[in-house]
Design a protein around this ligand. Structure first.
Ligand SMILES: N[C@@H](CCC(=O)N[C@@H](CS)C(=O)NCC(=O)O)C(=O)O
Length: 212
């Protein structure tokens, strides 16, 4: 099976998919798109992903979009190790946590929304303040969602989709100078970042990383 991931080193949504691929032990080829220079809007890429967003995953030439749909596809095709618990209530809780990040935090602070705010006259400080407010409110809710949980990861002893989605959002929080001092979230972040899948998928480990 040939996997080509359309990615950008700093993209948190692409980071989710890179982590899932690493956890499932799947090899992939990178097709990087520099978001700083708007390569995601190039006609050749938009023909593949009409949303003009990364990630997209090509599976033997078929294009999948939306990081969570991609990860659920990988989960169905490669069930081991599982990223969702077996029990339906627990599955729903892991999905709810993941969607709290992927639907209610990340899209409100992603690049194109921040660029729209700038285009409407907000200065950079106000735009950054917007991102911080969105992230802090969202992470506070996430920390409450798993307040009664124990174990190194969001839902216990093993990594799930929830961790895959949380860790890139914590990195975004740091980029914007948002609060991250939710003790349980910070402990989960530290544990996850030491895991080989997160080490391999980390932005700084990507071939297109450009910290300049
Ligand atoms: N809901 C999408 C979000 C994808 C997304 O927002 N990707 C960002 C990078 S993290 C992007 O491509 N931004 C480019 C832009 O906003 O123009 C997913 O989960 O795949």
């Amino acid at each position: 099976m040939e996997l080509v991931l359309h990615t950008y080193w700093r993209s948190s949504a692409a980071w989710r998919v890179r982590t899932a691929l690493a956890l499932k032990g799947l090899g992939w080829e990178a097709a990087p798109h520099n978001l700083r220079t708007n390569e995601q809007t190039a006609p050749g890429y938009v023909a593949r992903n009409p949303q003009g967003l990364v990630p997209a995953l090509e599976v033997d030439g078929a294009v999948l979009t939306q990081s969570l749909a991609i990860i659920e596809y990988l989960e169905e095709r490669f069930p081991q190790p599982p990223l969702l618990p077996a029990e339906p209530l627990e599955r729903a809780r892991v999905r709810a946590f993941s969607l709290a990040v992927a639907c209610d935090i990340h899209p409100v602070q992603n690049l194109r929304v921040l660029r729209m705010l700038r285009a409407r006259g907000l200065d950079q400080a106000a735009v950054d303040g917007w991102a911080r407010e969105v992230i802090e409110g969202g992470l506070a809710a996430c920390s409450r969602l798993i307040a009664d949980r124990t174990g190194p990861f969001c839902f216990g002893e093993t990594l799930t989709l929830a961790d895959v989605v949380l860790i890139p959002q914590m990195a975004n929080a740091r980029r914007f100078g948002a609060r991250t001092d939710y003790p349980r979230l910070e402990a989960i972040e530290a544990a996850a970042l030491a895991h080989p899948a997160f080490i391999a998928s980390h932005p700084d480990a990507q071939g297109d990383a450009d910290p300049a």
